[in-house]
Design a binder for this molecule. Structure first.
Ligand SMILES: Cc1cc2nc3c(=O)[nH]c(=O)nc-3n(C[C@H](O)[C@H](O)[C@H](O)COP(=O)(O)OP(=O)(O)OC[C@H]3O[C@@H](n4cnc5c(N)ncnc54)[C@H](O)[C@@H]3O)c2cc1C
Length: 420
C-alpha cells in the first residue's frame, strides 16, 4: 500500500516553495511572471522528487511503502512535471523583466536550454508511459531524462534577472533541490548498482509447469531479506541484457536463494531454455515492503493469483509452528496442473496448523471473488487483513469489492508485479 508519509513530504516541499515564492518574489516580477515561474519551479521540484525516487534507497521505501509504490509516484510526478512545465512555457512573459540588460541576457542560454529540456521531456515522457515499447528498449531511452534534468537546471540557473542579480528565497530553494537532485542522479546512474550487487552462481534450473525455478548459491555472503521481498536478477554474460525483478521464493535462513519465474517473454523463456548451472549472476536488493507482519492483524487472507504465489511461498517456507496468525490462503490458478508448489503448500498447511489452503481453478468455474469469501469465511470480511498478489485485473476487482463490503483500504496490502 502506498504510504502517505512520502507523498506528504513531497507536498510539504511544494507548499514551502509556493509560500517562499509568493511571499518573497523577486522585485522585478509582475503577477504573471510570479505565477508562471512558480509553475516552472513546481515542475522542477516534482522532477527532482522523481530523480530522488530513482535512487531506490531503503529509507524512501519506508516512506512510500516499497519500491513498486515509489515507481508509481515517480511516474505521476514525471507526468505532472511535464504539465506544469508546459503551462510555464506558454504562460511566462516573453519580454525581459525590468532592469535586465538585453545584451547581457542574449549571452546566457536560458531560453534555448529550457526549450530543449521541454522537447526532450515530452519525448521522454511519451516513451516512459508507452507500454507498447519493450522494457529492454525502454530502459536505455529513459536515461534521456537525466539530460533533461541537467538542461532544466541550466535553464533556471541562467534565467534572466532571477538568481545572479537578486537571489530570491524560492530561487535558493530550487538551487538546494538541484544539488540534492544532481547527487541523487549521480548515485542512481553510477553508484547504486555497485553498492547493492551481491554475487551468486547458478546451482540448478528446474523446469516447472509454465515456470522455472532458479536456485542460486552465494559466492560470499547471502542476501539479507524478509519473506515477500524481491530482488533484481542480472545474469552475467553476453546476450542476457538488463536486470529483471523477481520475488525471492526461498525463506531467509536457507543457504540457497530461489526464484520462481513464470515464462512470459524473451528473457524468462531464455532462462528456461538456455540458463545453465555454473553461470554467474548478480542479485541486487532486497526491495519491497510486502512483509507487513509487524503491522498486520492476527486474522489474514492471502490471495495469490498464479505466479503471484511467490511472496506467500517465501512467507510459508519461513513460518514456524506455533505462529498465532490465522491465515486463509486463496490460491487461484487456471487448473490444478498450473498450480505450482500445490503439494508443498498442502503439506506446509498440514504441518503448521494455522493455514487454511483454498485452491481455486478457473477451469472448474472457481475464481477468487469476494462473494465466495463472504460465504466461506468464518468471520465478517472487515475483521481480516488482506495480502494480495496476482494479475492486476484480479487485484483491482477484489479491492473494489472489498471496499464495498466495508473493508478499510488500510487493511488491504497488494504487491504489483510491474513497475510501469
Ligand atoms: C516487484 C516485482 C516482483 C516480481 N516477481 C516475480 C516473480 O516472483 N515471478 C515471476 O514470474 N515474475 C515476477 N515479476 C515479473 C517479472 O519481472 C517479469 O515477468 C519479467 O521481467 C518478464 O521479462 P520477459 O522479458 O520475459 O517478458 P516481457 O514480455 O519482456 O515483459 C513482461 C512484463 O514484465 C515487465 N518487464 C520486463 N522486463 C523487465 C525488467 N527488466 N524490469 C522490470 N520489468 C520488466 C514488462 O514491462 C512487462 O510488463 C515481478 C515483477 C516485479 C515488478
Amino acid at each position: 500500500m502506498l504510504r502517505q508519509q512520502g507523498v506528504l513530504a513531497i507536498g510539504a516541499v511544494l507548499g514551502l516553495f509556493i509560500i517562499l515564492h509568493l511571499g518573497f518574489p523577486p522585485e522585478a516580477h509582475g503577477p504573471r511572471t510570479t505565477g508562471t515561474t512558480m509553475l516552472g519551479g513546481i515542475a522542477f521540484l516534482l522532477m527532482t522528487s522523481s530523480v530522488i525516487l530513482s535512487t531506490r534507497l531503503a529509507i524512501l521505501e519506508d516512506l512510500f511503502g516499497g519500491l513498486d509504490r515509489m515507481y508509481q509516484v515517480h511516474r505521476v510526478a514525471g507526468t505532472f512535471t511535464a504539465l506544469f512545465a508546459l503551462v510555464h512555457f506558454f504562460g511566462v512573459p516573453k519580454e525581459l523583466p525590468e532592469g535586465v540588460d538585453p545584451v547581457a541576457n542574449a549571452l546566457v542560454p536560458s531560453s534555448p536550454l529550457g526549450m530543449l529540456g521541454l522537447i526532450f521531456l515530452i519525448i521522454g515522457l511519451f516513451v516512459a508511459l508507452n507500454r507498447k515499447i519493450r522494457y529492454s528498449r525502454w530502459r536505455p531511452t529513459h536515461k534521456i531524462m537525466a539530460v533533461v534534468y541537467v538542461l532544466i537546471i541550466g535553464h533556471f540557473m541562467t534565467a534572466p534577472g532571477i538568481f545572479f542579480e537578486r537571489f530570491s528565497a524560492s530561487g535558493v530553494m530550487l538551487i538546494l533541490a538541484a544539488v540534492v537532485g544532481v547527487l541523487s542522479l549521480g548515485y542512481s546512474l553510477f553508484g547504486m548498482n555497485h553498492r547493492t550487487a551481491i554475487p551468486f552462481t547458478i546451482e540448478a534450473v528446474n523446469a516447472l509447469e509454465r515456470a522455472t525455478e532458479v536456485v542460486l548459491k552465494p559466492v560470499g555472503d547471502m542476501i539479507d531479506f524478509k519473506p515477500g521481498q524481491f530482488a533484481f536478477v542480472e545474469v552475467q554474460g553476453k546476450g542476457w541484457s538488463e536486470p529483471h525483478p523477481f520475488t525471492i521464493s526461498s525463506a531467509p535462513g536457507e543457504d540457497r536463494l530461489r526464484f520462481t519465474m513464470k515464462v512470459l517473454g524473451d528473457w524468462t523463456r531464455k532462462v528456461r531454455e538456455e540458463l545453465q548451472p555454473g553461470r554467474d549472476v548478480m542479485v541486487r536488493g532486497p526491495y519491497g515492503r510486502f512483509d507487513a507482519a509487524k503491522v498486520a492483524g492476527k486474522k489474514q487472507i492471502w490471495v495469490a493469483g498464479g505466479i503471484g504465489l511467490t511472496p506467500f511461498l517465501s512467507k510459508l517456507r519461513a513460518m514456524q509452528p506455533g505462529d498465532d496468525r490465522q491465515i486463509h490462503l486463496v490460491y487461484a490458478a487456471r487448473e490444478e496442473q498450473d498450480a505450482i508448489f500445490l503439494d508443498e503448500l498442502k503439506s506446509r498447511a498440514a504441518e503448521l496448523g494455522n493455514i487454511t489452503l483454498i485452491p481455486l481453478f478457473s477451469e472448474d468455474g472457481d475464481f477468487a471473488r469476494v462473494d465466495n469469501m463472504k460465504e466461506n469465511l468464518p468471520d465478517p470480511l472487515s475483521s481480516y487483513e488482506y495480502f494480495m498478489c496476482g494479475p492486476k485485473p484480479m487485484i483491482d476487482g477484489l479491492m473494489t469489492d472489498l471496499k464495498k463490503e466495508g473493508v478499510s483500504r488500510r487493511a488491504i496490502h497488494t504487491e504489483a508485479f510491474e513497475f510501469r
